[in-house]
Structures are given as C-alpha cells and as structure tokens.
Ligand binder design. Structure first.
Ligand SMILES: Nc1ncnc2c1ncn2[C@@H]1O[C@H](COP(=O)(O)OP(=O)(O)OP(=O)(O)O)[C@@H](O)[C@H]1O
Length: 456
C-alpha cells in the first residue's frame, strides 16, 4: 500500500512542486493550505507522515504540530522553516517534530528524510527512483551535483579524463558513469589497475602479446587497450605505473597506435583513456616519479571527487541507499532501519576509507543485526565515540543549539555554493556576522578571518 503524505503549505506553487516531487517518488499525497484544513484532513484520513511549513496563516506550524501530537502522536511530522528561524526550529523539535528542514527545501534531502522516517517505522517503501542522469551516484551535496553536471558535459567528448580522489570515493563509479553517458556506451568498458605491478606485466597486460613473444607466451593474447576497442580504458592507480611504461603509454597516446609485444604490426588506438589516482600527481611530477608530458596528456579534463567528510550531506542518502541495497541482496525483509542517533554518529565520523568503508560497515551491521534496527550502541566504538552532531547535515540533535546553528550556516553555504554574501542574505545577517559565526563553528581559521579586517 502506498504511504500517504500530507503537505501543509500556504504557498501554492511550492505546495504543487512538493506534491509533484513526492508523487513521482511513489508516495500518495494530500494537500492542505493551512493548519485548520490539515486537521480536518487528518481527522478523516490519517496520513503516514506530515510535512508542514512553520509559517502558516492562522494556526502556526508548531501549533499544528502540538495539536497532532495530542491526537495522533504516532504520525511523524517534518517542519520546514525559513533560514535564520533557528529558535522556531528548536521549538518545533521540542514539541515533537521528527526533523526540520530549512527552505528552500532540497528535494534529495527531503526524499531521503521521508524514506528514513517511514523506514524506521517499518513501512514498506516505494523502490528508489533512479533518475537516469544520476548514473547510480547517490548524494545530495553540491559536490555530487557539480560532479553530475561535469559528467554530462564531458562524457560526449573524446578527451582523456583524470579522476582524482582518496581511496573509496567512487573514482571507478564515475569512470563507468562517464562511459555510460558517452556515445561509446555500446562499446566495452575495460578496467585495469596499474598499482604494484612490475613493468613486464603492465606492458603485456595493456598492449597484449604474440605467441612466443616471451617465455610462457604460449598463445597470442589481446591487451586491455585492444579489448577496449572504441570504448573506454580505465587505468586505475595510474600514479603507480612504472616510469618505463609511462613512456610507452605516452607514445601510444601521441601516435594513436600501439603494438602487441613480439610484433611490429601497429594497431590503431581508438579507446578513450580515463585514468584515476589517489595521489597528488602534480607532486609526483615535481618529485620525478611521474612524467610531466604524460600527466598533461591524461589530465586534459581533471575531475576531483572530494572525500566523504567534506560532503557530509551525502551520508544519510548513502546510508539509506546501501541499507536497501544490502537487505535486498541478502534477502532481509523488511529493510533494516537506523536510529537518528546512529545516523548522526555516522555523519560526524571522519571516514578515512570513504564510501567503501561506509558500505562495508553497513553490510557488517546488517548481517550481524538481530533486531532489524541499527542503534548508536551497535556501531564500532571509534565511530560512536566521536562527537555526533559535530558536522551532520540534517540530523543535529534536537536540543543542541550550536549543532543546529552549524547545520543552518552550512546548509546556507552549500546552497549558495559557498558564496558568503549570498549565504548571509539567505540567513538574514550581515556578511561580517556570517564570518564570525563561521569562525565560531570552525568553518574559518584565524588566518581566513584576517580577511575581515581588510573587508571592513
Ligand atoms: N556516490 C555514490 N553513490 C553510490 N555508491 C557509491 C558512490 N560513490 C562510491 N560508491 C560505491 O563505493 C564503493 C567504492 O567506490 P569505487 O570503487 O568507485 O571507489 P574508488 O575511488 O575507485 O576506490 P579505489 O581508489 O580504492 O579504487 C563502490 O561500491 C561504489 O559503488
């Protein structure tokens, strides 16, 4: 049965947009333009979740919430507030709101929050709608949105791409996305990891060899470059490629030709090269460990994936995505849910191993779980001992004013792509006040704030 969501919002356009978004996600939607209308609907048609604006004509969002909690305490309520109305958000949470979201509401964040709230109550959820444009990349942060825009822009070009990012940030996933979004999608995608492989082996793996080319070459074997055809060759950990092989790869890239070992018969190179590395290649060049000319050849289009700790807003949607995925793979039904405290701890953790570490941890949590629900105390000690709420996106603990403030400031900055003047306008404060807040919550160092003295 479809989950029923009641949207209470007086601004008609916004109400229609929210209704359209939620309907497209597979939810059934009812709409009310004020608190009184909402109460009448609730009396005859109890919804599974209520999304209400804080500022309404007549009954305010918080008053409506108190009313609902008195008659239907089991229905979760999410409140939307304007920027800067942090006191009201706190008041709403104290009155029993499940969560609050600051306007303008981020669609991805809203859907993730609704799914999380309903999932926690054991509701069966509509399957995640996977927009084709998202290429399997889950996330709501500015960084992920920017990455998706670049993928769409860059995919059709034949130019080589260099993807950088720490281990486990999703470099291979992005390489596959580039391939899928390109006009090479019907050609092969071939991945090769250059890490810690001796020269002879890298060479024969990439270029292939003829029968008899070396001892043990008992048959002719095509290399990865040949196998990729007119598709994509993904060279992972390219920074670890031996220097002698770097010269050979550069030559192949320049001449658009290569030969299998043991023959002089040239083969045309048609594949697009997408390379990836977790190292700072510019530094490797400066230290003579990587050829500068090859670096420029590969780095025609640089794509950087920030570590997970720099885009904490992605943690909640990733957690829900992985919980659903893991449970469906291992046949665990209903989907294992997670408490807001546990989620807040995951959001505050540093994730040195990035998304791969998060995915593996959740798999372990699901497999070892006996109650169908992950709680903070179930998490490994190094994760739950970190100060939860220190950097979370949408789940600051209810009465923790500094964390709520941090969340609001961060959210305004993310929505304005870190344009401080625009973020200050959104928050209804001066730029100077914003910078003071940023400094207080650790978003600006002392050096950064010296700029204020020049500004003012
Ligand atoms: N944004 C994302 N949405 C969903 N899954 C993701 C996302 N980013 C990464 N993953 C998943 O995380 C895991 C690690 O990603 P991937 O192997 O692409 O990382 P990597 O940067 O290539 O790692 P390494 O440098 O160690 O090779 C994979 O299972 C991948 O599907």
């Amino acid at each position: 049965m479809q989950n029923l969501i009641l949207i209470v919002e007086d601004e008609k356009n916004l109400r229609c947009v929210l209704a359209a978004v939620l309907t497209a996600e597979g939810f059934q939607v009812l709409e009310a333009e004020n608190g009184e209308q909402a109460l009448a609907i609730i009396a005859s048609n109890a919804p599974d979740l209520i999304l209400t604006d804080q500022r309404l004509p007549g009954l305010s969002g918080t008053e409506l919430l108190r009313n609902i909690k008195a008659t239907h305490p089991e229905i979760p309520v999410i409140i939307t507030t304007a920027y800067g109305e942090i006191e009201q958000a706190v008041e709403a949470i104290k009155a029993g709101a499940e969560h609050y979201l600051t306007k303008p509401v981020d669609e991805g964040e809203l859907i993730a929050l609704i799914r999380q709230t309903l999932g926690r109550r054991g509701r069966s959820l509509p399957p995640m709608r996977q927009e084709p444009r998202r290429h399997g990349l889950i996330g709501v942060s500015r960084a992920i949105e920017a990455l998706l825009e670049t993928i769409d822009l860059v995919a059709p070009a034949p130019s080589n791409v260099l993807i950088t990012g720490e281990s486990g940030t999703g470099k291979e996933l992005v390489a596959r996305a580039l391939h899928q979004a390109s006009n090479r999608a019907d050609q092969p995608f071939v991945a090769f990891n250059c890490g810690a492989i001796p020269l002879e082996l890298v060479e024969s793996e990439i270029f292939g060899y003829e029968k008899g080319a070396f001892t043990g070459a008992t048959r002719t074997q095509a290399g990865k470059l040949e196998m990729a055809g007119a598709g994509t060759l993904f060279l992972d950990e390219v920074g670890d490629m031996p220097l002698a092989m770097q010269v050979k790869l550069l030559r192949a890239l320049q001449e658009r030709e290569f030969t299998r070992l043991g023959t002089h018969q040239p083969l045309r190179m048609l594949a697009r090269i997408v390379a990836a590395t977790h190292m700072d290649l510019a530094k490797a060049v400066a230290e003579g460990r990587f050829r500068e000319d090859l670096y420029y050849r590969l780095n025609v289009i640089p794509l950087h994936i920030p570590p997970l700790r720099e885009r904490r807003a992605d943690i909640a949607p990733l957690v829900h995505h992985f919980l659903e995925q893991i449970c469906s793979v291992i046949g665990s039904s209903p989907t294992v849910t997670i408490s807001s405290e546990a989620l807040a701890a995951l959001e505050a953790y540093e994730w040195p191993g990035n998304i791969r570490q998060l995915e593996n941890l959740l798999e372990r949590m699901v497999v070892l779980n006996r109650h169908g629900h992950i709680q903070r105390q179930d998490l490994p000690p190094d994760i739950c001992q970190q100060n939860a709420g220190a950097g979370g996106s949408g789940t600051a603990s209810p009465f923790d004013l500094p964390a709520l403030e941090r969340q609001t400031v961060l959210s305004a900055l993310e929505k304005t792509r870190f344009n401080q003047s625009q973020a200050a306008v959104l928050l209804g404060i001066s730029r100077k006040q914003l910078r003071t807040k940023m400094k207080n919550i650790g978003l600006l160092g002392d050096q950064d704030s010296e700029e204020d003295n020049l500004d003012n």
